[in-house]
Design a protein around this ligand. Structure first.
Ligand code: HEM
Ligand code: HEM
Ligand code: SF4
Ligand code: SF4
Length: 386
């Protein structure tokens, strides 16, 4: 704690600093060959799908094997990954932002033994525990959110639909035959923890019904002013309701104003909006961060609603597969999905994919982000020149 009585000197805030805030510095965990060559890497190559080599100026090499993994992992799976890392990588292991596990070794012999070992590890039903792939012009792991497992506002599950889609696209994970990289993300509600708005294919859970109101418990569960303030469209207002002849404080919702965002439920658990038929998934395509070919862009809704069909979401998985197939067939090399659609036009995109166009797909969303964000990564900061 930063108290002067404990020896804290405000003039030198970093002096003798004792803290347990935050993780230890990442450099402590580098494999020796990476620590040794920091800042001195020359180039890297993809040797085959899922296997990279980074070469340092002095000739040192790091071979990386990228394996698909799940975001929600059992302890036994994590233990197994650690065992492999102990056996081949001196205990070092890396997780990527797309939930891939990367095993790194410093020589070709160990690489071969590692790959052979990984290929033997299978689940009881026969699928690979550590499938190798996800590099280059492939479909890497799907970034996803928490879903029905442990968030409070989901309109769809996360791990379930992701597994169903990835089973359809598995061959694109283990090969690099697409025109360019395809990033797929899933967010289980429009809070968008999954950042689907900047992915080539985005799956986003949507609610389609206003919240239900539990008048009986609302005043005991919620701060009514917070629930009112939480609504971005001012659809929530305080009222006095009647429950079993008793007057109670509660809220009313103007359903015509409601856009089913779930913000009020975040503040007030007596306003649930999860619904078996109302909830489902919208599919968006064409987002990207890269400024290659054309500037970065947001994804757009191309399928307004697919119902939740647990456990395998067959309709949704089929549509995603179709989009990938048509893109793979029609796009030019290096074109991301957004670049391809930009060239052929949205009308042609609908024609080629056979998706149905409806008024829901008309893009009338003009958030200030569209016109205030400079949608290119070519920033030229000049403050350093002062
Ligand atoms: C109305 C809500 C949001 C708006 C307007 C918004 C806007 C943006 C914009 C303009 C970008 C840059 C896109 C580009 O360069 O093409 C971006 C990227 C990103 N957003 Fe959002 N965002 C929103 C919500 C969220 C939420 C809720 C999350 C997750 C907590 C999120 C996560 C991200 C991430 C991780 C990126 C960067 C992706 C990357 O660089 O690979 N966003 N967002
Ligand atoms: C609006 C956006 C987000 C919300 C509402 C949200 C909410 C949550 C919640 C409720 C948890 C569970 C905490 C617990 O079980 O104790 C969690 C865990 C976590 N979140 Fe987020 N999150 C958001 C965005 C993000 C983003 C953008 C990232 C990554 C960049 C992220 C990474 C994580 C991780 C790594 C965990 C722990 C994983 C786990 O315990 O399973 N979250 N988040
Ligand atoms: S996207 Fe929505 S439902 Fe999914 S984890 Fe984030 S806040 Fe929860
Ligand atoms: S779901 Fe969203 S728009 Fe509807 S009442 Fe709640 S906060 Fe308002």
């Amino acid at each position: 704690m930063a108290f002067i009585s404990s020896g804290y000197n405000p003039a030198k805030p970093m002096e003798n600093r004792i803290t347990d805030i935050g993780p230890r510095k990442f450099t402590e965990f580098f494999p020796p060959v990476i620590a040794k060559n920091a800042g001195n890497w020359d180039y890297h190559e993809i040797l085959e799908p899922g296997i990279l080599v980074h070469v340092a100026k002095n000739g040192d090499k790091v071979f990386t094997v990228r394996c698909g993994a799940a975001r929600l992992m059992s302890t036994s799976h994590i233990r197994e990954a650690c065992e492999i890392a102990k056996k081949f990588c001196n205990g070092h292991l890396r997780f990527t932002t797309r939930n891939n596990i990367e095993f790194m070794v410093d020589n070709e012999e160990t690489l071969k033994a590692l790959v052979a070992d990984l290929k033997t590890r299978k689940f009881a039903a026969g699928s690979f525990k550590f499938p190798i792939g996800g590099t280059g012009a492939s479909i890497s792991n799907i970034v996803h959110t928490q879903g029905w497992v442990h968030c409070h506002t989901p309109a769809t599950d996360a791990s379930g639909p992701v597994k169903a889609v990835m089973d359809e696209l598995f061959e694109e994970f283990t090969s690099m035959r697409l025109p360019a990289i395809v990033r797929v993300s899933l967010a289980c509600c429009i809070n968008m923890c999954g950042a689907v708005h900047c992915s080539d294919i985005g799956l986003v859970g949507i609610h389609r019904k206003p919240p239900m109101i539990d008048h009986e418990n609302l005043a005991n569960l919620c701060e009514i002013p917070l629930a009112v303030a939480a609504c971005p469209t001012a659809a929530v207002k305080p009222i006095t309701a009647e429950v079993n002849g008793q007057k109670v404080k509660s809220v009313a919702i103007n359903n015509d104003r409601c856009m089913y965002c779930g913000n009020c439920y975040t503040m007030c658990p007596a306003l649930p909006l999860s619904d078996g038929t109302g909830d489902g998934i919208a599919i968006m395509v064409g987002g990207k961060i890269s400024n290659r070919i054309k500037v970065p862009s947001f994804s757009k809704v191309v399928v307004a609603f697919v119902p939740n069909e647990p456990p395998r979401w067959p309709t949704m998985a089929k549509i995603v597969k179709k989009i990938v197939e048509v893109y793979a067939e029609d796009a030019r090399k290096y074109e991301r999905i957004g670049d391809w659609i930009h060239r052929i036009g949205w009308e042609t995109f609908y024609e080629k994919t056979g998706l149905e166009f409806s008024h829901h797909c008309i893009d009338d969303f003009r958030d200030p982000a569209y016109y205030t964000w400079r949608q290119t990564t070519q920033f030229k900061f000049t403050s350093h020149l002062d």
